[in-house]
Design a protein around this ligand. Structure first.
Ligand SMILES: *[C@@H]1O[C@H](CO)[C@@H](O)[C@H](O)[C@H]1NC(C)=O
Ligand SMILES: *[C@@H]1O[C@H](CO)[C@@H](O)[C@H](O)[C@H]1NC(C)=O
Ligand SMILES: *[C@@H]1O[C@H](CO)[C@@H](O)[C@H](O)[C@H]1NC(C)=O
Ligand SMILES: *[C@@H]1O[C@H](CO)[C@@H](O)[C@H](O)[C@H]1NC(C)=O
Ligand SMILES: *[C@@H]1O[C@H](CO)[C@@H](O)[C@H](O)[C@H]1NC(C)=O
Length: 509
């Protein structure tokens, strides 16, 4: 999860909280085979950063320079050592599936070349533990943690060289894990990763250029975000081609890409704002989806970005088009859009200026932590994928509520949030959406991007003051467990069943 507040240049407006969707439901209301899960990512959960041959990724470098709110993933949740215990918690919670990512520099320490046997063993153990317990592994190959060596050598994703090296890394993953893993996503939310990392410089690899972003020592905010997404699309297509040619017949898996989406609402019904809202959809969603479905960038992006937007050769266009079997959708909240066409007259420009809109968040600014609950925005996004992109199979890979860490185990806000969004998914399914699964973010309280250990999204609190990093279920773990075990649920917390005692360790702090 990215902190929207920093990521975009935002103004606040009054709360638009609404509980939408079916009010009480059970998982039996969902189609058979619909998958419910929860997720984490490697750097955010594993720890063991310097153990067993892993080398630093761009995230380690960024965190150790103090940019992650002073926190690092050196230990994180120590998932590297505690995976068996965590899989047992997943069993108790009743997850069908677990989404996690592979640390490239743990598996292949120099980014290329020999595989690290201990890294290989860790992922084999984790995948075995999951499948043995009937939990489907959903693997993300790349969740922002490029091996630092590749970044130093040629700038990582700004270079086309990455396409070949990412493909070679994926080849190792398919070869070693593909007998047990069927759902692969290549890159996590490239549309936000590129803005955060290469325009605003607020996440690794922290590249940007004035007047955009914060304190970067290198980069180009006007051109690199477009270049990076272009290379990601080519890398994704190359990996999909490899999988289809070499593994698909035997392994029967699927290759996806995850996209960060907002619900997008025009501020007024003026022609300008309506067209600004469409532009925002084309810039945020179309940037990835148009090439994947139609083989080229949206026309308005080509117009506004001009020569800074890389062009696909006819062969590349053909390879990118149709290269995804499913989409991973990351959804947290909605934004309101106001036309700002005047920004097209400015130089230099970045993504925001090229998009030429003003972004307005919903919600009350005094609610520092919780996000406004806007499930209707999720329905809108699902409807948009259905109508504009031909209703591709879609897994909602992240959705969840942020609360301050170390405050309470009674996370009723998280229950209200998740309840409302699962209800919205149900409504969308009833209206023809091809959504095939839903995952909460996050299973545990992990190292959060930008907030470090200040905020939490987890169903389980991880006690960082305890050397053993003991996990404790919050109320939302019990609520999700009830739902997953087939109970009819409403927005109330309900009573905890099937989950161990719930000492309010955090409440006493
Ligand atoms: C940028 O650097 C200045 C001066 O060192 C500092 O005050 C500011 O907090 C930094 N901004 C960010 C976003 O890191
Ligand atoms: C960024 O790249 C663009 C396009 O190549 C170029 O025109 C511009 O001068 C560069 N800006 C910086 C700050 O290097
Ligand atoms: C715009 O028009 C739609 C349909 O008539 C209406 O539902 C919506 O509330 C209007 N939006 C604004 C901001 O006035
Ligand atoms: C339901 O689907 C129809 C057909 O795609 C669409 O016109 C309508 O807007 C959808 N309703 C909602 C609430 O999304
Ligand atoms: C929460 O607890 C951890 C572990 O004691 C500590 O490192 C962190 O600073 C605390 N955070 C807050 C917001 O109190």
């Amino acid at each position: 999860m990215w902190r929207l507040r920093l990521l975009l240049i935002l103004a606040a407006q009054a709360a638009l909280t609404a509980v939408f969707g079916a009010d009480t439901y059970s998982r039996h209301d969902f189609p058979p085979g619909f998958v419910f899960g929860s997720g984490t990512s490697a750097y955010q959960v594993e720890g063991a950063a310097n153990e067993d041959g892993r080398t630093p990724s761009v995230w380690d470098t960024f965190a150790h320079a103090g940019f992650a709110n002073g926190a690092t993933g050196d230990v994180a949740c120590d998932g590297y050592h505690k995976y068996k215990e965590d899989v047992q918690l997943m069993v108790e919670t009743g997850l069908d599936a677990y989404r996690f990512s592979i640390s490239w520099s743990r598996l292949i320490p120099h980014g290329r070349g020999p595989v690290n046997p201990k890294g290989l063993r860790y992922y084999n153990n984790l995948i075995d533990e999951l499948t043995k317990n009937g939990i489907q592994p959903h693997v993300t190959l790349y969740h922002f943690d490029l091996p630092q060596e590749l970044e130093d050598e040629y700038g990582g994703w700004v270079s086309n060289k990455i396409v070949e090296e990412f493909t070679a890394y994926a080849d190792v993953c398919f070869r070693e894990f593909g007998d047990r893993v069927r759902y692969w996503s290549t890159v996590n939310e490239p549309n936000i990763f590129s803005i955060g990392g290469y325009d605003q410089g607020i996440v690794p690899p922290k590249r940007c250029s004035p007047p955009f972003g914060f304190n970067c020592t290198k980069g180009n905010s006007s051109s690199e975000p477009y270049l990076v997404v272009h290379n990601i699309l080519l890398a994704h297509a190359s990996v999909a081609k490899l999988y289809r040619e070499k593994y698909k017949v035997r392994q029967q898996g699927f290759i996806g890409l995850s996209v960060y989406a907002f619900g997008i609402y025009p501020l007024t019904n003026s022609t300008e704002d309506l067209s600004a809202a469409q532009r925002a959809n084309d810039f945020f969603i179309g940037w990835l989806m148009h090439p994947l479905i139609y083989g080229d960038y949206p026309r308005v992006m080509k117009q506004n970005v001009g020569s800074r937007l890389p062009a696909f050769t006819p062969l590349e266009s053909k390879q990118v088009k149709g290269s995804t079997d499913f989409l991973g959708l990351i959804y947290y909240t909605s934004i309101t859009i106001e036309d700002e066409s005047s920004s097209l007259e400015e130089e230099p420009r970045d993504f925001n200026r090229d998009m030429a809109v003003r972004l307005i968040t919903g919600g009350n600014p005094s609610q520092y932590f919780e996000m406004p609950i806007m499930p209707e925005g999720l329905q809108q996004a699902l409807e948009y994928f259905k109508q504009v992109y031909g209703n591709p199979p879609l897994l909602i890979y992240e959705n969840g509520q942020r609360t301050p860490r170390n405050t309470t185990m009674q996370d009723t806000e998280r229950i209200s949030y998740i309840h409302a969004h699962i209800g919205a998914v149900l409504d969308s399914l009833r209206n023809g959406s091809n959504t095939i699964g839903y995952f909460t973010w996050s299973f545990l309280d992990v190292l959060e991007v930008l907030d470090g250990y200040e905020s939490s999204f987890g169903h389980y609190f991880v006690d960082l003051d305890d050397l053993d990093l003991k996990r404790y279920p919050k109320l939302s773990a019990g609520w999700y467990a009830q739902f997953l075990k087939g109970k009819r649920v409403g927005p109330e917390p309900g009573t905890l069943i099937g989950i161990g005692s719930n000492p309010s360790i955090a409440d006493s702090k």
